[in-house]
Write a protein that binds this ligand. Structure first.
Ligand code: A3P
Length: 298
């Protein structure tokens, strides 16, 4: 089936979620043509849930102690260049993956779990999913949409985006189907699917980073912890630092968007500043219904 989003853009439903035509083609190509390696790592998320941050953290984790301060990959390319989206790589049906320089290979995706799983063909790749409070995702998404259209009068788009979001007819949506797909995946296969919460990364970054390191099979040693390696990575990947890195100001970001919108505020609860009480109430009701029976709490 097809439907249109807040912008009149046609979206197609595939395996439970909505995608733009060009993304869908990439998905079909990568489901058909991707040859996973057992050590591959895939960073997955619903857009605007902290993907860029998780990419940076994962690169920094895997690359720790391999580099001097000026040849660190995060100083040479932005997190999206370092961890490309599978559905974009596969815009062409037979992309050349030999130039992926990271070892293990790092990929990312915004597709739902069932769609990714099919492409991974039951390989033991590690999947890390980051999810975030629905209201902050919505507000971040709205700012992003205004930014890529260079709309200054942002208020004008909030209502239509809100409607689209609530109907679930939004690129990669419905949000709840997306989050639930990975939640279930992580319950069924906890060794290979890690379900991380943006808000916990914010409030408890040390614990969460160590959890990520364990999951990826590269836990911090006692010596590393004592020498401040955890804090070093968190500092390197802080929003303030990433935003100010020259490479992130000048490099190419997805969708041709300015780096400023990928490193905006990064706050928990920013949505309070924009959503009306009626909007909050409506989304609370939807979320309550959709997440009933799961242990997901917003
Ligand atoms: P806000 O728009 O609420 O500020 P994504 O990377 O999935 O596109 O998500 C973008 C959101 O993550 C933005 O949220 C952005 O500011 C936030 N973000 C980016 N880098 C971050 C970091 N290092 N720490 C915390 N949040 C970050």
């Amino acid at each position: 089936p097809s439907d249109v989003d807040f912008d009149g853009k046609e979206l197609f439903k595939y395996q439970g979620c909505w995608y733009e035509n060009k993304i869908l083609l990439g998905i079909l190509n990568f489901q058909r043509g991707f040859e996973p390696q057992d050590t591959d790592i895939v960073i997955a998320s619903f857009p605007k849930s902290g993907t860029t941050w998780l990419k940076a953290l994962t690169v920094a984790l895997l690359e720790r102690s391999k580099h001097s301060s000026d040849d660190h990959p995060l100083l040479l390319d932005n997190p999206h260049g370092l961890v490309p989206y599978l559905e974009l790589i596969f815009k062409t049906s037979k992309p050349d993956l030999t130039n992926i320089s990271s070892s293990p290979r790092l990929f990312s995706t915004h597709v739902a779990f069932q769609t990714l799983r099919e492409a991974l063909k039951n390989s033991p790749c590690k999947i890390v999913y980051v999810w975030r409070n629905v209201k902050d995702v919505l507000v971040s998404f709205w700012h992003f949409q205004c930014a890529i259209r260079k709309i200054e009068e942002e208020g004008s788009m909030l209502e239509s985006i809100f409607e689209s979001f609530c109907r679930g007819v939004i690129s990669h949506g419905p949000f709840w189907e997306h989050v639930l797909s990975y939640w279930k995946g992580s319950l069924e296969d906890p060794k290979n699917v890690l379900f991380l919460k943006y808000e916990e990364l914010k409030t408890d970054p040390n614990v969460q980073l160590k959890k990520l390191a364990e999951f990826l099979g590269c836990p911090f040693t006692v010596e590393e912890e004592e020498s401040g390696s955890v804090e070093e990575i968190l500092d390197l990947c802080s929003l303030r630092n990433l935003k100010n890195l020259e490479i992130n100001k000048t490099g190419k970001m997805p969708g041709g968007a300015s780096h400023k919108i990928f490193f905006r505020k990064g706050e928990v609860g920013d949505s309070k500043n924009y959503l009306t009480p009626q909007m909050e109430e409506r989304i609370d009701m939807i979320i309550q219904e959709k997440f009933r029976g799961s242990d997901i709490k917003f």
